[in-house]
Design a protein around this ligand. Structure first.
Ligand code: CIZ
Length: 326
């Protein structure tokens, strides 16, 4: 089937099924181009929850589709490739969290959004790379320790930014660690006026060379606001597609062509068609997990301005910081 008729069929299927297509910032360009929304995992899940769509097709990795399901339990959530997992999310299990809690019974547990729904349900709070610092700064400065899982580099960044002590998990993103300090130095030497923008999942050596450290949505905002004409982008290399599209007068250099997430690239336009045509692959999260995971998401959502003006009554109600666990 030609690209054009494929896109035509997707448009038709989307209408028939009252579906919305979400594409993460790291998706292939052609997948981003057919999406209704492109963004980060939380923003996309919130945007989808704010629509009256019956079906959400999440072009991303599994934990992202789970987040969409947690925020839209009444909608059908589909992931076009059922093998699109996140190795970072797989670096922490519910049992690992329980062991940490046994070791530090007084601790608050904070998980990165890159975790399974079951891990979110086991933790008190959840955050994204965009709001990790805000979530931690909002917590009372008492003697309760803070556990953060699974990403050790995001934990280190948050600890440096907030001055708080953090008991960190040992996880890391295999794609972000491919970006080396030498890559940044080499590009800086070739483009001395370029602004260096890197993700907090990068190693501390890479973070130390950055002009700014930001989540993917933070990168979009930083680049738009900046007067610089050239940017070195230290995250999954697919990010530069959206940056180039939204900022045609500016030049972008991916910090490393090796920083490609193979799981993010599993999704293709053809698989999006298959997802809509065959209702595959449905992402289900048990109700008791949804209920608990929603609580851990609710706190950060009560702090963060909702994406795209979407408000979710059920998750933006005030969260009581003195409730058990928080
Ligand atoms: O939350 C997301 O989408 C991820 C994994 C990263 C980011 O910085 O947006």
């Amino acid at each position: 089937m030609s690209e054009l008729s494929l896109v035509h069929e997707i448009t038709k299927l989307k209408q028939e099924r009252n579906a919305v297509i979400l594409a993460h910032n790291y998706q292939r360009p052609e997948v981003q181009d057919i999406a209704d929304f492109v963004g980060d995992s939380l923003g996309l899940s919130m945007q989808a929850a704010g629509t009256d769509a019956d079906v959400i097709v999440f072009c991303g990795v599994y934990f992202m589709a789970e987040t969409a399901k947690i925020l839209s339990p009444g909608k059908t959530v589909l992931i076009p490739d059922s093998n699109a997992g996140c190795p970072l999310a797989q670096m922490i299990t519910v049992d690992d969290v329980r062991v940490l809690k046994q070791r530090h019974p007084e601790a608050r547990t904070l998980c990165y959004v890159n975790t399974t729904a079951a891990v979110k349900a086991e933790c008190d709070l959840c955050c994204t790379s965009a709001n990790a610092v805000a979530v931690i700064e909002s917590l009372p400065q008492d003697d309760r320790p803070l556990i953060f899982v699974p990403d050790k580099y995001l934990a280190g960044y948050a600890a440096r930014q907030t001055g708080r002590e953090i008991i960190a998990g040992g996880g890391y993103c295999p794609s972000h660690v491919k970006i080396l300090a030498e890559d940044i130095l080499r590009l800086k030497a070739a483009h001395p006026r370029a602004r260096v923008v890197v993700h907090p999942e990068c190693t501390p050596e890479v973070q130390a060379l950055a002009d700014t450290i930001a989540s993917t949505e933070g990168m979009c905002r930083d680049v738009k606001r900046s007067d610089a004409a050239e940017f070195i982008i230290g995250t999954e290399a697919g990010m530069v597609y959206r940056l180039r599209k939204e900022n045609p007068g500016k030049t972008f250099f991916p910090a490393s062509g090796l920083a490609l997430c193979p799981n993010m690239k599993r999704c293709t336009v053809e698989k999006v068609r298959g997802a809509l045509a065959n209702n595959q692959y449905e992402v289900d999260v048990p109700e008791h997990i949804i209920e608990k995971a929603r609580k851990s998401l609710a706190y950060m959502m009560s702090l963060t301005a909702p994406a795209g003006g979407v408000r979710l009554a059920a998750v933006t109600s005030p969260v009581n910081l003195s409730s058990p666990g928080i």
